[in-house]
Design a protein around this ligand. Structure first.
Ligand code: SF4
Length: 324
């Protein structure tokens, strides 16, 4: 299947000092390091991992909001420009972002209907009456009743605000939504409603989602494919159902084992990860996970495992799996 979004060897490195002193050596902090992902039209790719693993940095580079240090992002076959010019603006109509906290994403001084219509104004689409009509229709399609249209964001519930954010993101008819923890700030019952809405929107509009979350239960529910990220690199990828039932990489096994669920592989014991991830700037040559991996071997400290096929449709970066 051809990819709507094709991320190739994407990297983002920052120079940092390895000590607080001015004479400290400068090292490269690899926030994202050679990430390659493909997302077909109308599908959902879940991107999971602990906080600080590079998920959100990847999302911002995908949208051209942050320049990459290396690699390329192709959207509908076209490279996403790293400089914000007319071509970037045209592409942004087709790829939109949904943030974690809807209150931060909305302007508290504007009525919600005006905020939903605002992208149409920015891209000079239709007359004012047409823009308002489209905004009303879009708000209705995400389940917002007409009496809410003249309200301000602080007068709405968290779930209603996230529906407004979705209406605003969808008004230009994008083919990709980059959703960065879109339900993390919501109560459990509201989470379920917003997830159902996202699935319904995908069915009706064939929108693809790059769905970023640390919540594996949510990712399992919405994703067709899942990629697991650890310290800036993809360590495992595969079809969601298969990956959650049979996690292969020790890091994925630990993440999956922490989620009490009937779909988890029978007999997978709870694996408690010890310690925090090392600072990306302090990474040694071997596997970035070796200091926390219960199955680490001497070679793991010196040889970095590359992502490689381990089964049809599955890839992982682990020496154990390469030997199998
Ligand atoms: Fe663990 Fe070694 Fe595999 Fe890394 S390469 S996940 S340290 S077994």
């Amino acid at each position: 299947m051809s990819a709507l979004l094709d991320i190739r060897e994407l990297s983002r490195h920052y120079p940092v000092r390895n000590s607080p002193w001015p004479w400290g050596k400068s090292v490269s902090l690899r926030a994202v390091d050679g990430v390659s992902l493909r997302l077909p039209a109308g599908k959902t790719l879940g991107l999971v991992g602990e906080s600080g693993c590079g998920k959100s940095t990847t999302a911002r580079m995908v949208l051209g909001l942050l320049p990459a240090s290396g690699g390329q992002v192709l959207f509908e076959g076209q490279p996403v420009p790293s400089v914000r010019g007319p071509r970037w603006r045209a592409l942004r109509q087709r790829m939109q972002m949904v943030y974690q906290n809807p209150l931060d994403a909305l302007d508290r001084r504007l009525r919600v209907q005006d905020q939903v219509a605002e992208p149409l104004t920015i891209f000079r689409q239709g007359s004012m009456a047409e823009r308002n009509e489209r905004a009303r229709a879009m708000m209705a399609s995400v389940g917002l009743t007409p009496h809410l249209m003249t309200r301000y964001p602080h007068e709405l519930s968290g779930g209603q605000r996230q529906r407004v954010v979705l209406a605003r993101a969808l008004i230009l008819g994008p083919s990709l939504l980059v959703c960065d923890e879109p339900v993390s700030a919501l109560d459990m019952s509201i989470q379920a409603q917003v997830i159902n809405l996202l699935q319904d929107i995908q069915e009706r509009r064939q929108v693809a989602y790059l769905f970023i979350s640390h919540d594996l239960k949510v990712v399992r529910q919405v994703s067709h494919e899942v990629a697991v990220m650890y310290l800036g690199r993809i360590v495992e990828q595969g079809a969601a159902e298969d990956l959650f039932r049979r996690p292969a990489h020790p890091y994925t096994q630990a993440l999956v084992s922490a989620v009490p669920s009937p779909w988890r592989s029978a007999g997978l014991p709870r694996i408690v990860l010890q310690g925090d991830p090392p600072r990306p700037g302090a990474l040694s040559a071997g596997c970035a996970f070796h200091s926390r991996c219960a199955q680490a071997m001497p070679s793991c400290r010196v040889v970095r495992p590359e992502l490689q096929p381990i089964a049809p449709g599955r890839t992982a970066a682990c020496h154990l799996l390469a030997r199998a």
